[in-house]
Design a protein around this ligand. Structure first.
Ligand SMILES: *Cc1c(COP(=O)(O)O)cnc(C)c1O
Length: 381
């Protein structure tokens, strides 16, 4: 099946009792048994719920995996992966990382004896310098947030196989429309489904997809034992979102391209970070592993004044100043004081998150309105 068909039909069956084309929202916590232990596959909705199952099957299908698992949030899904580890284990992670992931690793899991190396992965070969007998996981985000670095997934896959490590790829920014990390040798694909998969800024959810049955069983055990599941209504919303993922992503990419080129030619802009530019440091890798360049981009202002960035952000009207990304509406953000506020200033500036950096999640509105909006706001600095 092609991707555009999978987003609609992948892993889906019509409801066996009524023929309903969309799975009903099974708003139930428990299921009748005819005799103790004799049931129709569902016992209790932490363990399993038919609406969640429909979503989990869709997730597995669109990411070219065999098993999908849905969680209460992206962070809850990361939490589940980390619970596979033991005290003393080590994780090598991208340094230009989603702020909440950094916080979870460096405060909660560090306390439980997991050790993290946050490193630049623009040269994936760097990873090997940090591998030792305690290393268990390579954690990759590509494109990274908010600097839009592209990490070579093929190479990460080779390194993880060679050293028998688990490769996890946070595919939130790219979505399977742009890349399927399992095809490059990743063991786990992780999503904040809150973003592009849900796509309408109306739900918070996380997802994992794997190929291997043994790994899936361990994660299902944690999902049920720790209990950070998503409810049936949220499952329904994300399943509905996925059905238009391909057409939304196509438009996100078109608008992202137009906005990136507009900003690049603007005299008040210093740098634009978007992997589609030929002078982007990882443009060749982006070309080789992605189908297009997505709707996320960041830029800095000449003079690097925080007050100028704030003027722009306060005066955008079509772009809403808000946390999050990946919805149909365009959003703007100031990473240094919003998403990345939990990363120490010195640490964030090393990776490029300086005071005038603005991140855009380019939505699917009219390209002209988005550019006019930026033009108006930039005129004020
Ligand atoms: C939002 C996000 C997360 C966290 O997901 P939540 O659904 O907010 O818990 C993780 N990684 C990336 C790249 C994100 O954008």
């Amino acid at each position: 099946m092609d991707f555009n068909t999978k987003v609609i039909h992948g892993g889906q069956v019509h409801d066996p009792s009524t023929g309903a084309v969309m799975p009903p929202i099974y708003q139930t916590s428990t299921y009748a048994q005819t005799s103790p232990g004799d049931h129709k596959g569902y016992e209790y909705s932490r363990t399993g719920n038919p609406t969640r199952t429909a979503l989990e099957n869709s997730l597995a299908s669109i990411e070219n995996g065999n098993y999908g698992l849905a969680f209460a949030s992206g962070l809850a899904s990361i939490d589940a992966i980390m619970k596979l580890l033991e005290p003393g284990d080590e994780v090598i992670s991208t340094n230009d990382l989603y702020g909440g992931t950094f916080r979870l690793f460096s405060t909660i899991f560090k306390k439980f004896g997991i050790n993290f190396h946050f490193i630049g992965m623009n040269d994936a070969e760097e990873i090997e310098n940090y591998i030792n007998s305690k290393t268990k996981v390579i954690w990759v985000e590509s494109p990274t947030n908010p600097m839009l670095n592209i990490i070579d997934l093929q190479k990460c896959g080779e390194i993880s196989k060679k050293h028998d490590l688990m490769l996890v790829v946070d595919n939130t920014f790219a979505t399977p429309y742009l890349q399927c990390p399992l095809d490059f040798g990743a063991d786990v694909v992780m999503h904040s489904a809150t973003k592009y998969l849900g796509g309408h800024s109306d739900v918070v959810m996380g997802a994992l997809v794997v190929k291997d049955k043994e790994l899936a069983d361990k994660l299902y055990f944690i999902q049920n034992a720790s209990g950070a599941i998503c409810g049936p209504m949220d499952s329904f919303l994300v399943l509905r979102g996925i059905k238009t993922l391909h057409i939304r992503m196509q438009r996100h990419c078109e608008n992202g391209r137009a906005v990136a080129h507009y900003l690049k030619s603007h005299p008040k802009i210093d740098r634009v970070y978007w992997p589609g530019f030929e002078d982007h440091p990882n443009h060749d890798i982006a070309l080789s592993q992605m189908n297009d360049f997505g709707g996320m981009l960041s830029f800095t202002l000449k003079g690097n004044k925080k007050s100028d960035a704030i003027t722009v952000l306060e005066n955008l009207k079509v772009f809403t100043l808000a946390e999050s990304l990946g919805g149909v509406e365009s959003l703007s953000g100031h990473p240094a004081s919003m998403t990345h506020a939990s990363i120490p200033k010195e640490e964030r500036e090393k990776t490029g998150v300086i005071d005038s950096l603005i991140r855009l999640s380019v939505g699917i509105e009219s390209e002209n309105d988005l550019i006019k909006d930026l033009e108006n706001a930039l005129n004020l600095v």
